[in-house]
Design a protein around this ligand. Structure first.
Ligand SMILES: [Zn+2]
Length: 234
């Protein structure tokens, strides 16, 4: 059975709307079976749906719209990684999406890595300027009918396109300027300090320019992260 000590972790960090999820998915697709992502929010919901003590505890927080406390989140991370390895035993790298979010989480993860006898191979940082993050948020529209995402700047349509479903495009309530700015400020206040922390611990931060063609960005990610798969735990 594949153990946590057989794999390495790569936390992925970016400001909101940097396209991180897309890039992680593309990297995963290029390395089927070997690279898996654990998306913190999705994983918590998944565990909350399971009939276990931990699941019921997480569900009790989700049900009232609260964040679970850090020790619970860490138990969930351990459980989530364990379940991933059980399902996909050929996994060599796990990309962490949405964790760590602040310095305290980064410190705790460092301790967990010691306990698990694994390491953080690299940190992926997708760099997108504040102005661009905000522009992506306020120009984002959803098709009311099929949920397809549009950016009014690159696809200035009024509806989902005749060939497809022709649904009306709507804006999500939290994609307005003030709320998008709030999300960005939270990111800078909470998450920025993680990068110097990893530098101090000698973890390489791979900074990829997240502005440009999706496939060019994916090539950059591939160039930096593919070696991690073969290197594994040293
Ligand atoms: Zn549509």
């Amino acid at each position: 059975m594949t153990q946590i000590s057989d794999i390495v972790l790569v936390p992925a960090i970016s400001p909101p709307n940097a396209g991180k999820g897309t890039q992680i998915a593309l990297f995963e697709e290029k390395h089927p079976g070997q690279v898996k992502s654990v998306v913190m929010g999705d994983m918590l919901r998944e565990i909350a749906s399971q009939d276990s003590e931990l699941g019921r505890e997480i569900k009790s927080y989700i049900d009232v719209g609260k964040f679970a406390p850090l020790p619970t989140v860490l138990s969930a991370l351990r459980e989530g990684i364990g379940q991933t390895l059980e399902k996909y035993p050929s996994t060599r790298v796990i990309i962490l999406d949405g964790f760590p979010r602040d310095l305290e989480q980064a410190q705790e993860l460092q301790l967990l890595c010691q306990e698990w006898n694994t390491k953080i191979a690299k940190v992926l940082y997708i760099d997108v300027k504040d102005e661009e993050c905000l522009s992506r948020a306020v120009n984002r529209r959803y098709c009311k009918h099929c949920n397809k995402v549009f950016n009014l700047k690159t696809k200035p349509f009024e509806n989902c396109g005749k060939s497809e479903c022709d649904g009306q495009l709507i804006q999500r309530k939290d994609d307005v300027q003030e709320i998008a700015e709030g999300r960005l400020n939270t990111f800078h206040n909470l998450t920025d300090p993680i990068l110097p922390f990893y530098k101090e611990h000698g973890v390489e931060i791979v900074s990829v320019d997240g502005q440009g063609d999706i496939n060019d960005i994916a090539e950059d990610v591939e160039r930096h992260l593919a070696p991690v798969i073969t290197a594994g735990v040293s």
